[in-house]
Write a protein of this length. Structure first.
Length: 271
């Protein structure tokens, strides 16, 4: 009796599709982009060159955000913010990044940026603690302070801080939207997903033209991301607000712990 051969490509596609689904789900439910985790994953799992891993990750980030946004839009979440406020928020993010990007390369900021994962841990712990101790589902106060000027300021301050400190932008901007702008969690994540989608369009097109978006299992990963993002959008639309905030806190804590480990490993290798 002939032995059945293992279908390695099928297994690889199934694994990458499942991983894409998980990563897309996390991105869709938290508003945190995929690049920081999926670039090393794609490099390790598929042996992709860093440019191809980066291009595939950006494409995956874009489709995951779009998948989540489509589901959120279909759920008719109350969205009291005006279109101008959303545009000024995105403009503020771009302005903050452009102004501070040259400064981020200063040698004095290298040591500061090494402490970024610790700051992410603290933010995650704060969000988690606040949500856990809240007596009702409306854990964080909703002040309705999100004006056009406030939107630009939040975007600029958040992006400037993330560029200079090396903190993942969603980890700072979403809490700023909640605590400084008074925007509730669902809308804050939706805004972040929208910003990620908009900022990923041109890089995705550019990497695609250069052939930096992987085919085969890489494409399966991207498909998994869009499906996972859609499930994340469904959770955002349906789940209790308090549990969403708790989940966001947990995700940020895990992200900060993982990045702290990478920083410690890098320091150990240099020594």
């Amino acid at each position: 009796m002939a032995r059945r051969q293992i279908n390695v490509p099928l297994i690889k596609n199934a694994v990458m599709g499942a991983l894409g689904g998980i990563f897309g789900l996390v991105a869709g439910v938290s508003g945190i982009g995929l690049q920081i985790a999926s670039v090393p994953l794609l490099s390790y799992m598929l042996g992709l060159h860093r440019d191809r891993a980066h291009g595939t990750s950006i494409a995956a980030t874009f489709v995951a955000s779009i998948g989540a946004l489509i589901v959120i839009a279909g759920s008719k979440i109350p969205f009291s913010l005006g279109a101008l406020s959303i545009v000024t928020l995105i403009a503020g993010c771009w302005a903050g990044t452009l102004v501070t990007l040259p400064l981020s390369k200063l040698p004095a900021l290298v040591k500061v940026r090494r402490a970024a994962p610790a700051l992410e841990l603290l933010i995650g712990l704060f969000i988690l603690s606040d949500a856990l101790h809240a007596p009702t589902a409306q854990a964080i106060p909703f002040y309705h302070l999100f004006s056009n000027t406030g939107a630009f300021a939040i975007g600029a301050i958040g992006s400037a801080a993330t560029t200079l400190l090396g903190v993942v932008n969603s980890v700072l901007i979403i809490p700023l939207l909640i605590y400084a702008g008074g925007v509730n969690y669902r809308v804050s994540v939706t805004l972040m997903l929208l910003m990620i989608a908009v900022s990923s369009i041109l890089p995705s097109v550019a990497h695609s033209r250069k052939g930096n978006v992987a085919s085969g299992a890489g494409t399966t990963y991207i498909v998994g991301c869009v499906l996972g993002g859609a499930v994340g959008g469904m959770i955002i639309a349906k789940a209790d607000w308090k549990w969403l905030a708790i989940l966001f806190g947990f995700i940020v804590i895990i992200l900060g712990a993982w990045r702290s480990y990478l920083v410690s490993q890098s320091s150990a290798e240099k020594n």
